[in-house]
Design a protein around this ligand. Structure first.
Ligand code: MTE
Length: 330
């Protein structure tokens, strides 16, 4: 139900962390900016909040493992969370543009990626290391990428990365590094576990290892049904079906279709609140359903005229990422 409101309440926003939540004394917190820069920086929270222009962005975060349960139903994926539609949410994020901080530090020749390091050590990572990740410099310089200290107008709660996290709209949630303490301008992508080993798309034949598979970055077009629930019994007659669609990257949701005859014909859904280019789009369709069992399938389209793959079978991968198959309910 929490996903049915266009902005996700903070208390119900999904939480994904690979280790324990680190604790900070906000007055002692510093953000170090180094690597391929002309002027290394060490910024206190107060300096970050006063020296740069404040910005607010409405952005959807979506974990690469969102909807993994659908892949697990094709073939088991041991050790990975069986996420349904809920490893995503949309919030307002307030902070400063990473671009402004990078401009002050000044990128040197050879700079091509911007790495982020958090303060948490994950027991999953081998060898033990702080959580980190990077995005290409071109993306890091875009105004929508924030160093954020507030979510839905309130200070970031500890589980969501207080005192400061990165928010990279349009990219998988894994790049929106929480509990940020260090930014490193680099010539290469982040070499750490959470970018070089996991959050990569493997073929079914590959096994997880450094550099194996394709690194994930931009979010793929996706959608899901939020109401009615799969398997629900509802009164015959007009039935309202609702859900979300998210285009990811720079694309936006252009259309959502709903089918009650296994995809032979489609009815266009109504797109609801437009929260801007970095947010999901809720949709609704009212279907006239006679008594009996019905299967409902959905497909979203994005502004590049791409649509969702037909089913999960062809999308199965060893870590269970990027399930963007057309959702179906009965
Ligand atoms: N940042 C740190 N420092 N440690 C983490 O484990 N998890 C990432 C990302 N940032 C993570 C992190 C993943 S996989 C996701 S999907 C998002 O945070 C989830 O953000 P949320 O918990 O605020 O929803």
């Amino acid at each position: 139900d929490a996903l049915l409101s266009s902005l996700t309440p903070t208390e119900t926003f999904y939480v994904r962390g690979h280790g324990a939540v680190p604790e900070f004394d906000p007055s002692a917190w510093r953000l170090r900016v180094g690597g391929l820069v002309e002027r290394p920086l060490s910024l206190s929270l107060e300096t970050l909040q006063s020296a740069f222009a404040e910005r607010m962005v409405i952005a959807t975060l979506q974990c690469a493992g969102n909807r993994r349960a659908g892949l697990i139903s094709v073939r088991d994926i041991p050790g990975e969370a069986p996420w349904g539609p809920g490893a995503t949410g949309t919030a307002t994020w307030t902070g400063v543009a990473l671009a402004d901080v990078l401009a002050l530090a000044g990128a040197r020749d050879g700079a091509a990626h911007v790495g982020f390091e958090g303060a948490d050590i994950s027991p999953e990572a081998k060898p033990a290391q702080l959580y980190g990740g990077s995005v290409p410099l071109d993306k890091a310089r875009r105004r929508e990428v924030l160093l954020a200290w507030a979510m839905n107008g309130r200070p970031l709660p500890p589980v969501h990365g207080a005192p400061v996290r990165v928010v990279v709209p349009g990219y998988i949630g894994a790049r929106s590094v929480k509990w940020l303490t260090r930014i490193e301008v680099r010539s290469e992508a982040w070499p750490g576990y959470f970018q070089d080993v996991v959050y990569r798309l493997l073929t079914p034949e590959q096994t997880v290892g450094p550099g194996v598979g394709m690194p994930l970055g931009l979010v793929a077009l996706n959608s899901d049904v939020l109401a009615p629930m799969d398997g629900a019994e509802v009164a015959a007659g007009p039935v309202e079906v609702r859900g979300y669609a998210f285009a990811g990257g720079d694309r936006h949701v252009a259309r959502v279709d709903v089918s009650t005859d296994d995809g032979r014909s489609w009815t266009q859904a109504e797109l609801l609140d437009d929260l801007g280019r970095w947010a999901w789009r809720h949709w609704r369709a009212v279907l006239e359903l006679p008594p009996g069992e019905h299967r409902i399938a959905v497909r979203a389209w994005d502004s590049s005229a791409a649509t969702q793959p037909e089913d999960e079978a062809a999308l199965w991968n060893p870590k269970g990422y990027v399930n963007n198959a057309r959702p179906r309910i009965s």
